[in-house]
Design a protein around this ligand. Structure first.
Ligand code: HEC
Ligand code: HEC
Ligand code: HEC
Ligand code: HEC
Ligand code: HEC
Ligand code: HEC
Ligand code: HEC
Ligand code: HEC
Length: 376
């Protein structure tokens, strides 16, 4: 069951809509009767109707993130408690941002269901606003919890897509503090993310042909195969992937492809090495994320004097869409960046000033959500 995925509508707010869906209530009572006699009784379902947080557009009730956590934090109830832990550590559950008594206009994005308050006990070691904390609860992304109980263990929206994120990551109110800029890239790309993404090359076609193409041309393919194939060049990829099955109904590259759905962090780690007893970043997270698909292979020489790496193109490893000409140089193509962005060691081919160690490696010139060539 996946009724929310394609037409997920914004939560309808905190108003009780009693009597609006008698059939659903009946179904819940039936479920309660059923679970009462079952040996596998679900304790969280006992008080599922109290308190109510309102319903979604289709009448399904929200139950509150504290109820989700009652199982998802409990190793006796679920096999994997990581989603709960990473959610609790994320910006979506920040106790200090705004209080539960903030304007409705603000709560529409900062706590649309009104269940943030109940997460207070999870954050007793943090300073909380006097009126209680706000949070983007589980159901703001995963859909209303009663759907989960009525169809246990199925979930309405197991992998929320860009439309779920876009309910809030769209045009921010004028003067909103998040896009102050302040000389770094923090907050710089925070406004209008949904529309920017929708207009991007990443939101375009999805490849249905096979695992090899889906590895870079789809969300599911990237999340399934990138971890096992990172660092492989075109030849190695072609050898490794055809055996793996194609994903039946792949989606375009989107929010959850680049960001972990719970931490919000980029799905890549930096490459850090020890030099002269110090940790030096050789490749940043951002660089490793983008070049996992926009392949480019570099050689790096360490300059002890300046404590940085100096990079040049490795022409022994050829990207999937790349090719070498007779002189051993990248053939210019519209499909790869290794022919334009990086210089060869002898300077026979020049490049752009890209610093692979920088957290902003590509962002100085490209908006990651627009995925377009820079306009200057
Ligand atoms: C009664 C216990 C219980 C409660 C309460 C509960 N869940 Fe679950 N949920 C499970 C179990 C068991 C699984 C199976 C995965 C596992 O064991 O790790 C699961 C799986 C999931 C999945 C993955 C589904 C998939 O198809 O991969 C999501 C998403 C999820 N739960 C969200 C929620 C949300 C949101 C809430 C609150 C509205 C919630 N759960 C409340 C027990 C529960
Ligand atoms: C359209 C959705 C939306 C609305 C409406 C909204 N916010 Fe936000 N707010 C966000 C998002 C998204 C972020 C995180 C942005 C980022 O840092 O990338 C955020 C972050 C914040 C932060 C932390 C930013 C920082 O600089 O640390 C504060 C404080 C805040 N909002 C206050 C408010 C207040 C007050 C209102 C009501 C006037 C409001 N917001 C309305 C979406 C919204
Ligand atoms: C900001 C949106 C968002 C919120 C809030 C959120 N999730 Fe998720 N969740 C996702 C996305 C996106 C995925 C799928 C991609 C992934 O695994 O990162 C996911 C995946 C999951 C999974 C399956 C993970 C797996 O490894 O199979 C579970 C279980 C889950 N969420 C439970 C929860 C629970 C419980 C909460 C609240 C405590 C919660 N989520 C809050 C977006 C969210
Ligand atoms: C109900 C509204 C809502 C939804 C849905 C939502 N977010 Fe957020 N998101 C916010 C708010 C509000 C903040 C800032 C919270 C704060 O600072 O207190 C935020 C913060 C973030 C941040 C941290 C930004 C920073 O500057 O560090 C990331 C990344 C993010 N969200 C990604 C996502 C993704 C990916 C999804 C979908 C899987 C999603 N969000 C769904 C409202 C939402
Ligand atoms: C191609 C990869 C990619 C995709 C797709 C993507 N993002 Fe991002 N996003 C990034 C990168 C890179 C940053 C820069 C910040 C960082 O280093 O964490 C970022 C930053 C953000 C921020 C913080 C903005 C700021 O400057 O404070 C939010 C919020 C966010 N993304 C949400 C989303 C949402 C919502 C979607 C889907 C509509 C999305 N992203 C799709 C790569 C991506
Ligand atoms: C290692 C990652 C990777 C693999 C594997 C891959 N591609 Fe691509 N492909 C890309 C990237 C990145 C671009 C976009 C490059 C650009 O526009 O700068 C691209 C662009 C394209 C384009 C041109 C843009 C478009 O969508 O019209 C086509 C066609 C294409 N790929 C087809 C395929 C096919 C077919 C396969 C499987 C046989 C495949 N690719 C495998 C990364 C990959
Ligand atoms: C999951 C693989 C993947 C990741 C990760 C990824 N891209 Fe892409 N990107 C693609 C593919 C595939 C295309 C071509 C889409 C099409 O045209 O069909 C593309 C297109 C682009 C384009 C448009 C190129 C053109 O020729 O106009 C830019 C710019 C771009 N990506 C930048 C980035 C940046 C910056 C990052 C990192 C924040 C990134 N991409 C991360 C796969 C990816
Ligand atoms: C110093 C600025 C700069 C930086 C940094 C930069 N780019 Fe570019 N990028 C450009 C310019 C300029 C173009 C347009 C080149 C053209 O039209 O031939 C471009 C084009 C592209 C294209 C389209 C394909 C092509 O070669 O024309 C992709 C994809 C791309 N960049 C991805 C990236 C990624 C990924 C990073 C980070 C590793 C990055 N860029 C860093 C300036 C930059």
């Amino acid at each position: 069951m996946n009724r929310i995925n394609d037409n997920f509508s914004p939560p309808t707010g905190r108003l009780l809509q009693l009597g609006q869906n008698l059939a659903l209530l009946l179904a819940i009572f039936t479920l309660l009767l059923f679970t009462a006699c079952s040996s596998d009784a679900d304790p969280a379902a006992d008080n599922i109707l109290d308190p109510l947080y309102g319903t979604d557009a289709e009448g399904a009730r929200y139950v509150g993130a504290d109820r989700c956590l009652s199982c998802h934090e409990n190793p006796g109830k679920v096999t994997n408690t990581d989603p709960a832990a990473t959610y609790l550590a994320s910006r979506h559950a920040t106790p200090g941002t705004i209080g539960a008594d903030a304007d409705q206009q603000c709560l529409a994005c900062h706590d649309p269901i009104g269940d943030g308050l109940n997460l207070g006990p999870w954050f007793t070691d943090h300073q909380q606003p006097p009126a209680g904390m706000t949070a983007v609860g589980c159901e703001a992304c995963h859909g209303a919890g009663t759907l989960h109980w009525l169809n246990f263990p199925e979930h309405p929206n197991p992998t929320p897509d860009y439309q779920a994120c876009g309910q809030c990551h769209q045009a921010l109110p004028a003067g909103h503090s998040a896009y102050a800029g302040q000389g770094s890239f923090t907050g710089y790309y925070a406004d209008d993310i949904l529309d920017t993404y929708r207009g991007s090359a990443h939101a375009g076609q999805v490849n249905k042909i096979g695992a090899l193409c889906q590895r870079c041309h789809s969300d599911e393919g990237f999340r399934a195969y990138a971890g096992q194939t990172v660092g492989m060049d075109g030849e190695e990829l072609t050898e490794f992937l055809p055996g793996a099955g194609a994903i039946a109904d792949p989606s375009p590259i989107q929010c959850r492809t680049c960001h972990d759905g719970h931490t919000g962090e980029l799905r890549a780690s930096p490459t850090v090495v020890q030099k002269d007893g110090k940790e030096i970043t050789k490749y940043s997270r951002l660089f490793n994320l983008c070049t996992a698909c926009h392949q480019v292979f570099l050689k790096a020489e360490y300059s002890a004097a300046e404590q940085v790496f100096v990079y040049y193109l490795d022409t022994e490893k050829i990207p999937f869409h790349g090719a070498l000409d007779d002189a051993g140089l990248p053939v210019p193509s519209a499909w790869v960046i290794w022919d334009t962005h990086f210089a060869t060691k002898d300077g026979a081919r020049g490049g752009w000033p890209v610093n692979p160690a920088s957290e902003n490696a590509c962002m100085g010139c490209h908006d990651p959500h627009a995925a377009s060539k820079p306009v200057w």
